[in-house]
Design a protein around this ligand. Structure first.
Ligand code: NAG
Ligand code: NAG
Ligand code: NAG
Length: 407
């Protein structure tokens, strides 16, 4: 019996969420991914420092290991599309582009492992990748074995160039063969977004039985409109996908673009806060060699990362609206605590003041008093009873983020 069949049978008899049990992604994975920032730049002749090459991933690994990112939890250094040679080798195996990855993938994996980090690679469930390099369809078993032999720790499996009928089976099959390699390989899927693009309801339960993370919305871009549309989608939560995610399987709203070109300071804080509230994977796509110091310290913010990595693993949802301000909450440890993020979508005007009774933000517990901490600064900002109001100011396209803990 294939593992997926077994899991389906198990799921019938239980109300608990059955996530993929390969020991990985017990909290949302964190790392760096090349796509949004470096795309399919293969011109190493004219742009050697920014092209998709072993050099780029080695330099990023150096910085992640040396400049505090690893300690903060960023662990995976992930390759995206355009690493491949245009053809398989004479044995039908995948091979990297020989000019851009002259030492081969095993050597790159060894290098990244030597920094105490993990390596992610990219392939596609269809005949070709999105950028038209060889895809895995027809080769799932061989490709899973190749990745395991190279020492790969994560596979981002894209969803281009395959017929809608073969889609789900392809993701299940690759999951099966990854498991069979015996190497723990975090399985990052685009299955749900594939269903949504083909105008079918995504079966989130089936997806997260097979995948550790699953993209469920369009590719992100380094612009506020793109971030705002992801926030809208997560607020609507169609299909209740927030309820299905948990340790082992997470919804993936795509990369963080903090430190790139377009977002304001408030917008960067909004992305960091909401991605953490959602228990989303935190993969940043930025040039770490020249990131602005304030963007770097945001990515390393201990308070926000603690919310992201909270062991309960319950994704936050919109609890209430105050005018156009959405109030997101997420239960966290210690018991009875709540992470709260107020997001103001207004694009102009000044900051908005919001006051909300504590009783509306926490699930009524044993405590009479609550300590309120500013999540970004760690400052204790108030000690309030259940009936008292919590007041915050929220900037346009910005957030206020607090944690409320029983006193
Ligand atoms: C394979 O699947 C089984 C059953 O879910 C699981 O216990 C095991 O850890 C998996 N192994 C790998 C390497 O993913
Ligand atoms: C989502 O959950 C709500 C209640 O929390 C329920 O009313 C609704 O039918 C659910 N929708 C789907 C598509 O599961
Ligand atoms: C909003 O709150 C700040 C203090 O946080 C206060 O200085 C300001 O006057 C308030 N604005 C309005 C319009 O109430």
């Amino acid at each position: 019996m294939e593992p997926s069949t077994l899991l389906l049978l198990l799921a019938v008899g239980t109300v608990a969420v059955v996530a993929l049990d390969n020991g990985l992604a017990r909290t949302p994975p964190m790392g760096w991914l090349s796509w949004e920032r470096f795309r399919c730049n293969t011109d190493c002749q004219h742009d050697p420092d920014n092209c998709i090459s072993e050099n780029l991933y080695m330099r990023m690994a150096d910085i992640i290991a040396a400049e505090g990112y690893k300690e903060a939890g960023y662990q995976y250094v992930c390759i995206d599309d355009c690493w491949l040679s245009k053809s398989r080798d004479s044995n039908g195996r995948l091979q990297p582009d020989p000019d851009r990855f002259p030492h081969g993938m095993k050597a790159l994996a060894d290098y990244i492992h030597s920094k105490g980090l993990k390596i992610g690679i990219y392939e596609d469930v269809g005949l070709m990748t999105c950028a038209k390099y060889p895809g895995s369809q027809g080769h799932y078993e061989m490709d899973a074995q190749t990745f395991a032999e190279w020492g790969i720790d994560l596979l981002k499996f894209d969803g281009c160039n395959i017929s809608p009928d073969a889609f789900s089976e392809g993701y299940r099959d690759m999951g099966f063969f990854l498991n069979r390699t015996g190497r723990p390989i975090l399985y990052s899927c685009e299955w749900a977004i594939g269903d949504i693009l083909h105008h079918r309801a995504a079966d989130y339960t089936a997806v997260l039985e097979v995948c550790n993370t699953c993209r469920n919305y369009d590719d992100i871009n380094d612009q506020w409109d793109s971030i705002a549309s992801v926030i809208n989608f997560y607020a609507k939560d169609i299909g209740n996908f927030s309820k299905i995610a948990g340790p082992g399987g997470w919804n993936d709203p795509d990369e963080m673009v903090i430190g790139d070109f377009s977002l304001s300071r408030d917008q960067e804080r909004t992305q960091m806060a909401l991605w953490s509230m959602w228990a989303a994977p935190l993969f940043v796509s930025v040039d770490l060699r020249n990131i602005r110091p304030e963007s770097k310290s945001l990515l390393l913010n201990k308070g926000v990362i603690a919310v992201s990595q909270d062991p309960l693993g319950v994704p936050g949802t919109v609890r209430m609206m105050v005018g156009q301000i959405s109030v997101w909450t997420r239960p966290i440890l210690p018991k009875g605590s709540t992470a709260v993020t107020m997001f103001n979508p207004a694009q102009g005007g000044g900051p908005t003041n919001v006051t909300i009774p504590v009783s509306k933000l926490v699930d009524s517990g044993p405590s009479l008093y609550y300590l309120v901490t500013d999540t970004f600064t760690g400052d204790k900002v108030a000690r309030l009873s259940l009936s008292q109001g919590l007041s915050v100011r929220v900037n346009p396209t910005g957030v206020a983020m607090v944690t409320i803990t029983p006193a």
